[in-house]
Design a protein around this ligand. Structure first.
Ligand SMILES: CC(C)(COP(=O)(O)OP(=O)(O)OC[C@H]1O[C@@H](n2cnc3c(N)ncnc32)[C@H](O)[C@@H]1OP(=O)(O)O)[C@@H](O)C(=O)NCCC(=O)NCCS
Length: 321
């Protein structure tokens, strides 16, 4: 076959070759554009990065917690192997990762104690209940645990930060416990950390007693706990279930702890507002919730449905609408 000359139309295959030529050119042009596009973008990026590197380096984010770039991970600057060699416990690790402090033994043991105390409280409480229902609906471990954790809030396990905040505010502003109770009533805010559905002065919460005993024995000072117990004396005189509950006790003791570790008021405020104190409940209760979910899976429990007789149906009548 005669090779078509450049620029000339081949007599036999003219149209086809021309079409073929055009197609090849089109494809080549597309490729060229694609090829050109990439370097253009790259140029833009490299221009940016060269500008950044010659002026001021902008980082995607800052971290002050851990570093995994070397041979091994460092927690707040300390290599993991060193922490293992020194027999550090989970309280020490939390001290480094959450407080960025090397904790004295009474503090790290207290953190462990809190986690042990908060780890579980039976299947009927909001978190475990939700997780069990989700597990029985066939959801996987993570989804079931998450559905339990999502119940943590102002009425269940999530009052630690608020309790710490308000008791600290009351004491620091010089309100007497009675003035504090009155002021909270005036504001229309139920005192976070006070009150329990089941526990009362006659049926005390053993966990609270254990925490108080530990702090009394090992803490240098328990000024916020003492203040909260004065408040409890006033509220339980009104109703026996208005005790200092586990959230309240954990909250004030964490304030006493942070104070004893050298955190100033502003630093405590920042951490409380960031949710750091509720994190102890979150972490602790995750242990129990995982247990409940695995338990249901091993028991091969069937789908849960609330019995009709457990629900009061109070629908309006159509004519009332
Ligand atoms: C835990 C809690 C939900 C239990 O509530 P409850 O036993 O159902 O009590 P009720 O909400 O029915 O309130 C009953 C009475 O106690 C009072 N009360 C309840 N909690 C109170 C609180 N924290 N501070 C002041 N008064 C409180 C109510 O005002 C009400 O008083 P009244 O009868 O004069 O109207 C409730 O005490 C509360 O919200 N506490 C604060 C949040 C908290 O600490 N949550 C963590 C729990 S571990």
């Amino acid at each position: 076959m005669e090779k078509p000359k450049k620029g000339l139309q081949n007599k036999t295959y003219g149209t086809e070759i021309n079409d073929f030529d055009k197609k090849v050119k089109r494809e080549a042009l597309k490729k060229e554009r694609a090829y050109v596009d990439v370097p253009k973008k790259t140029q833009r990026i490299s221009k940016q990065t060269s500008r950044i590197s010659t002026t001021k380096r902008e980082y995607q984010f800052i971290t002050t917690i851990s570093d995994d770039r070397g041979e091994e991970v460092k927690y707040a600057g300390i290599p993991l192997s060193k922490l293992i060699e020194e027999n550090k416990n989970i309280g020490d690790i939390i001290g480094l990762l959450w407080f960025k402090k090397k904790l004295p033994p009474y503090a790290s043991k207290f953190i462990e104690f809190i986690i042990e105390t908060l780890a579980d409280h039976g299947p009927c409480v909001s978190g475990a209940h939700n997780a069990i229902v989700a597990a029985r609906a066939g959801k996987d471990l993570i989804s079931s645990v998450a559905s339990g954790l999502l119940t943590i809030g102002p009425r269940f396990g999530g009052a630690i930060d608020d309790a710490a905040y308000y008791f600290k505010w009351g004491k620091d502003t010089g309100l007497s416990p009675q003035e504090f109770v009155d002021e909270m009533k005036r504001k229309g805010i139920p005192i976070p950390g006070i009150g329990h559905r089941v526990k009362s002065i006659k049926n005390p919460d053993k966990r609270v007693i254990l925490l108080i005993n530990y702090a009394r024995k090992f803490f240098p000072k328990t000024e916020y706990l003492d203040y909260a117990l004065e408040v409890e004396r006033i509220t339980t005189a009104k109703r026996e279930n208005l005790i200092l509950n586990i959230d309240g006790c954990t909250g004030v003791l964490l304030i006493d702890l942070l104070k004893s570790l050298g955190f100033n008021d502003e630093e405590i405020k920042e951490r409380t507002e960031a949710g750091l104190l509720n994190a102890f409940f979150l972490l602790g209760r995750t242990i129990g919730i995982v247990g409940h979910v695995i338990d249901q899976k091993l028991l091969k429990s069937e789908l849960y449905r609330t019995p009709y007789e457990d629900v009061l149906y109070k629908l309006p009548k159509e004519e009332e609408l």
